[in-house]
Design a protein around this ligand. Structure first.
Ligand code: PRX
Length: 637
């Protein structure tokens, strides 16, 4: 029975009476032991959902479906990089997860311990995550594009007992050798785990052998018929850690629970995504990101759907590949980031029309602002509704969307829609902390408690969780999203960018401080400021303004180009290619306040060709003039 609910009442009840609301939703998953209470609010801003209840994510995602859909595909894997295509029924998935869990157990992985997963988009990544869930171990997936120092920093923060990796990833026809990255990270990390479990794809030209290396294949054979029981975990036990960028250089480990996450995802599948058991969903993202965790893996499997996992780009072998996948696999729901659509917009629309898209119901887009022209283009080209949804690594599932499974409210162009049930979303004045009038720009905040599925804390650092997220709005203990928005009188919110120094490049969230730290490690660099500027395809691009120790090093254009390239390579090595600035500009000083604070917003304004407005506290206005001239010169080029 769809659409008999009214959005407004539904949302209202979720805020006024979260206990009753979420008690009903909790029936969507299997509880080995029923919970004692729906919500424990004794220690704000921490919230504990379904306390005393025992459950297991892997059981709910896999085992529970064996009775009714053992022979239905659970996972369809397509790699246009290697030409490999595989299908796993729920029975196959169950067997593979049991093998992986037995292998992990033989390597000492136990309940509560961490396993770091540094893998490309291969089925073993899904098996490894679900195997951790089965064992009650905590997975932390690190995006395969991250460089060795970033991987080492995550190892030292999570202190895993095992690292799972592969010989190589592949992107756009290029093999990315993981072995040297893993070896370097293992050498750098103070808390390196004793073993690295290697999934050998036979892609890397050579293989190194290190004392910690354990090959997966022979162990998988050894444990071929293994049955590993699910560990029943208290609902609030951690399920995973996912690192994300903030304003400091140190990544934050977003920690999530078990029961609340399962319930929230299962509910979102119906109310927001309109997914039903037996449907096929294709989420084109990466398992290293939150969208991959929630909507490639957990939510579709919790709902008894088939999930399509894709390794490759939307452009190879040609721009029609995704639409052919829709046709071949009768995909019902698709989910990706606006960047991917902006890339596809340049392709011949005939490629799109050539495919039979009759199975497709809706395309979901998230991760960065969806501009109107892109939304209109893709929805016209597909002849299907396009649903923007707004959320963060921290929340795990959408905060804003048109919730078609609740009430099919009309779309508003440029807005991801209205607050999702469970979220007490309020726009607040940045100075007073008071709610803003409709039509006025404010910080998007969430009231206590955050709904199920949201982050519990920062891994190992409760104080940082409280300080970062709950103490940044004056006079209020509310959660800050660090996004600006404006809400109209009908409740629709439009996102206006970040309030902090986080930028969004092609849907990837990056802290400008992280990039600055990487650049600063180059010997010639004295000082640097990194800002985000608008980019037609990627949404934003990073620009670096560098002050050199010795300005003569960039005196002639050739030397400057060489140095800029060397600095970009340093970022590749420290952070990975996604952090690489689009341009490195050399200046002799950076605009600062008299107290020495970098005037980032002013630099960002100039970099986008806007005037920064009045800056009464500036130390030396000529620094601003230099940035202006540098940017103008680059434009002319
Ligand atoms: O700034 C918002 C932007 O991406 C940030 C979260 O990025 P991440 O943690 O990688 O999680 C992505 C989950 C989809 C947000 O703080 N953002 C996300 N979705 C949208 C968005 N900006 C505008 N519109 C969106 N739909």
């Amino acid at each position: 029975m769809q659409n008999v609910r009214r959005y407004r009442d539904f949302h209202r009840e979720s805020i006024d009476n979260p206990e009753a609301f979420w008690r009903r939703e909790a029936a969507r998953i299997h509880w080995d032991t029923p919970f004692d209470s729906v919500l424990d609010r004794s220690n704000p801003p921490f919230a504990r959902w379904f306390t005393g209840g025992r459950t297991n994510l892997c059981f709910n995602a896999v085992d529970r479906h064996l009775a009714s859909r053992a022979q239905q595909n659970a996972l369809v894997y397509v790699s246009t990089e290697t030409g490999i295509e595989r299908r796993y029924t729920y029975a196959d998935l169950h067997a593979e997860v049991n093998r992986m869990a037995a292998v992990m157990r033989s390597l000492g992985v136990k309940r509560g311990e961490r396993v770091l997963i540094y893998l490309p988009m291969i089925p073993e990544a899904v098996f490894a995550m679900l195997a951790c869930a089965r064992l009650g171990a905590i997975h932390s997936v690190v995006f395969g594009g991250f460089a060795a120092p970033s991987l080492a920093a995550r190892i030292d923060d999570a202190r895993p007992v095992l690292l799972v990796s592969a010989d190589a990833g592949a992107r756009g026809g290029k093999v990315i050798d993981y072995t040297p990255l893993v070896d370097e990270a293992m050498a750098r990390a103070e808390h390196a785990p004793p073993h690295v479990l290697l999934i050998d794809r036979q892609l890397a030209p050579e293989r190194f052998s290190a004392p910690y290396l354990v090959h997966y294949e022979p162990l998988r054979a050894q444990f071929h018929d293994a049955q590993v029981p699910c560990e029943w975990l208290e609902s609030n036990a951690p399920s995973y850690i996912l690192y994300t960028s903030g304003t400091t250089g140190k990544p934050k480990g977003v920690q999530r629970d078990v029961g609340g996450y399962a319930v929230a995802l299962a509910a979102s599948m119906e109310y927001i995504f309109g997914g039903r058991a037996g449907d096929t969903m294709f989420t084109a993202s990466d398992i290293g990101w939150v969208v991959g965790h929630s909507y490639i893996i957990y939510a579709p499997l919790l709902a008894g759907m088939t999930t399509v996992m894709y390794e490759g780009t939307p452009l190879r072998p040609d721009g029609g590949i995704w639409w052919r996948l829709v046709e071949q696999h009768r995909i019902n729901l698709m989910f990706t980031a606006p960047t991917a659509i902006r890339v596809l917009k340049k392709q011949d629309p005939a490629l799109l029309r050539a495919a039979d898209l009759s199975s497709l119901r809706t395309l979901f887009l998230a991760g960065e602002p969806l501009d109107e022209p892109t939304a209109t283009w893709i929805s016209d080209a597909l002849g299907k509704p396009v649903v923007d949804n707004y959320w963060q690594t921290e929340t795990g599932w959408p905060m804003l969307a048109i919730q078609g499974g609740v009430e099919a409210l009309p779309q508003k162009p440029g807005s991801p829609g209205v607050p999702c049930y469970g979220y007490d979303l309020v726009l607040r004045d940045e100075h007073t902390g008071e709610p803003c009038a409709s039509g006025t720009k404010g910080v998007i905040t969430l009231g206590y408690p955050l709904p199920p599925g949201c982050m519990q804390t920062v891994w190992g650092d409760d104080a940082r969780f409280v300080k970062t997220y709950w103490e940044s709005v004056p006079g209020q203990q509310v959660y800050s999203t660090f996004d600006w928005g404006v809400q109209d009188k009908n409740g629709y919110v439009t996102i206006l960018g970040r309030t902090d120094d986080v930028i969004n490049v092609a849907g990837h969230r990056l802290g400008t401080r992280e990039i600055e730290e990487a650049i600063s490690s180059h010997a010639s660099v004295a000082e640097v400021a990194v800002v985000g500027v608008n980019d037609a395809v990627k949404g934003q691009a990073a620009l670096a303004f560098v002050v050199l120790r010795d300005a003569s090093a960039a005196a002639d254009p050739k030397a400057a180009d060489r140095l800029a390239a060397a600095i970009a390579t340093t970022v590749d090595r420290q952070l990975g290619a996604i952090g690489r600035p689009a341009r490195v500009h050399f200046v002799s000083m950076l605009p600062k306040t008299r107290s020495g604070k970098l005037l980032r917003r002013a630099i960002a304004a100039l970099a986008e060709g806007r005037e920064p407005g009045d800056l009464p506290t500036i130390e030396d206005a000529s620094a601003l003039q230099q940035i202006r001239e540098t940017v103008q010169a680059a434009r002319k080029e």
